[in-house]
Design a protein around this ligand. Sequence first.
Ligand code: 3EB
Length: 360
Amino acid sequence: MIPSSPGQPKGGETASLQVAPATSLDHVAPLAFTYVSPEAYLSSEPPVCGHILAAVIHGEMAAAPRPWPQVSSGLRPLETTAAVELLHSRFPPRYAVEDGFDLAITEEILCGAWRPDTLPDVPLEGLTEALYERLFPLIERLGFPHLQRIWNVVPAINAEEGGMERYKQFCMGRHAAFSKYLPDIDGRYPSASAVGSAEGPLCVYFLAARTPGTPIENPNQVSAYNYPRQYGPRSPSFSRALVRRWQDQACLFLSGTASIKGHESKHNGALAAQADETLDNLKTLVAVGSDASGIGFDLAPATSVLKAYVRRPTDLLAIRDLLHRHFGRSMKLLYLQADICRVELLLELDGVVFSAPPAT
Ligand code: 3EB
């Protein structure tokens, strides 16, 4: 059992941030996500639901030392110059750096982020393979061999390099590592997203658990790991969604979801129709995830957190309007400028839906 002692601050200046008591008797969720401003994040008392696992920094923000993993996504928020996505846990994490990953470890969860300074400067396929080949033995050794959710941000994802699109190279490297370390995976991939940044290092962060989650597929979409060859020599290694049961609550990780039916992109060039198709796919995943688990997941503001990856910044207003009409204004939604892994796709949504907290 990994001791659940609070992480040791690496510098005295962060000591005040270590104190994160549950200030109410409300149920503290096993895992939570919030979006906060840089000012709130950098203040002496950042808003915390339990404890901080990691901070994902979107956009330009002054660096500040913190004991937990801090990841720069390389993606730019569309509504503000910077936004911080906080991952929270109910148990206090121990923070560590191992094998090139910044880690936060609790009794029930492992959160990690690759430190982009520790692998040789090789082309994307080899870099991705090396990164994932380091990840698998690490999580195994730490006792959290089951990847639940992976976020990948690939610089220049749609650029051709050496005759192949970089997303396809990324998929090849990732596939090679999965095949080597998990040859019997048979479709039980983690939930994931893979989007593109304008520039910067490859960004990969993840959540892993001691026991497997339940992967979910969308009956209206070909499983990505079975995509035909036209999308690349090696298919993408992810499940459409994954149900995670914690002791007393569950969540449904929704992978990057776009306007794809079967294996084909739909509504090329038509933003509103792509958004409708994407929402339809998300709703299907929530319904299938609910059926498969017997848990009533509800893609509603009180129980969900979403990210919208928008290819063209000029589409922000239209997409926001559409999502407001669909979910209401209180949905936790972060809009990021990102390239999507197929050039014709204008929008991708991902997120997490939580089951109702246990009755007290
Ligand atoms: C798709 O459905 C859109 O390569 O990890 C979505 C989520 C997409 C994850 C990945 C890719 C990935 O194929 C693209």
